[in-house]
Write a protein that binds this ligand. Structure first.
Ligand SMILES: N[C@@H](CCC(=O)N[C@@H](CS)C(=O)NCC(=O)O)C(=O)O
Length: 234
């Protein structure tokens, strides 16, 4: 059975990590049996990020590569009947979400002091003394450096949140009144989109990004629909 390594549920979401939500939805979509192993330390994974899986005796990281593996090796079909153009749109929105909107969400969680206090407690409170005195601030500084390397943290917060609002406008326009990204049945893009939207809309942080998302009734309804379908227990 596939072992899925990820943190426990949190922040009023199936998981504090959008990528973990995505991968768990993909596993549910494919109806593949899996077992969750609680892991909060990304460094334990083969790419130093969560989520990761153990399957057929090997460890694999990266939700996108795992998605490909599930399709190639485990009989999953996340894009049935999509045209070449829809596949291109799916990939483009995946990149918008994971390489841009996600980073604005990370910024809003880690760099805004009132949210950072919550994260710090959630991820680091169980560390022994003296580690818990300095590891959280080192991790926060490293993340800020990473976001400067990405480029997003070189902008003032108002600009970051305005760019995130543009991403959400694009997602809302694309979704229109559709049930799922490409019609009546969910595809991989739904797993990705739900991961980030749940992290924005469901998570109990009051952020500028959440306020932008809440202006889109279709994104609110979509997030609730996905939650009911894949995590009815929440
Ligand atoms: N491309 C990766 C991204 C995963 C990712 O960024 N995970 C974050 C949590 S949401 C993480 O592990 N961050 C810890 C770090 O960068 O040190 C995927 O699709 O799985």
């Amino acid at each position: 059975m596939i072992k899925l390594f990820q943190p426990p549920p949190g922040l009023n979401s199936a998981n504090p990590s959008p990528f973990c939500i995505k991968l768990e939805v993909l596993l549910k979509m494919a109806e593949l049996p899996y077992e969750i192993v609680i892991e909060v330390d990304p460094r334990k994974g083969p790419t130093g990020k969560i989520p990761f899986i153990e399957t057929d005796g090997k460890m694999m990281g990266d939700s996108g590569l795992i998605q490909d593996y599930l399709e190639e090796e485990k009989g999953a079909s996340f894009h049935a009947n999509l045209s070449e153009i829809d596949l291109a749109i799916s990939l483009s929105f995946t990149r918008l979400i994971e390489e841009h909107l996600y980073w604005a969400v990370v910024y809003s969680r880690w760099m805004e002091d009132e949210n950072w206090v919550v994260l710090k407690d959630m991820f680091f409170s169980k560390l022994p003394i003296p580690l818990k005195w300095f590891v959280p601030n080192v991790a926060r500084k490293q993340l800020l450096q990473g976001m400067k390397g990405h480029g997003i943290a070189r902008h003032p917060r108002e600009t970051i949140y305005a760019m995130a609002a543009d991403d959400l406008d694009a997602l809302a326009a694309f979704m229109g009144d559709k049930k799922y990204a490409f019609g009546d049945e969910p595809t991989a893009l739904d797993a990705t989109m739900y991961g980030v939207l749940s992290s924005i809309i469901d998570a109990d942080f009051d952020t500028a990004i959440k306020r932008s998302a809440l202006t889109h009734d279709n994104l609110i309804a979509y997030t609730a629909r996905m939650r009911k379908r894949y995590f009815p227990e929440l």
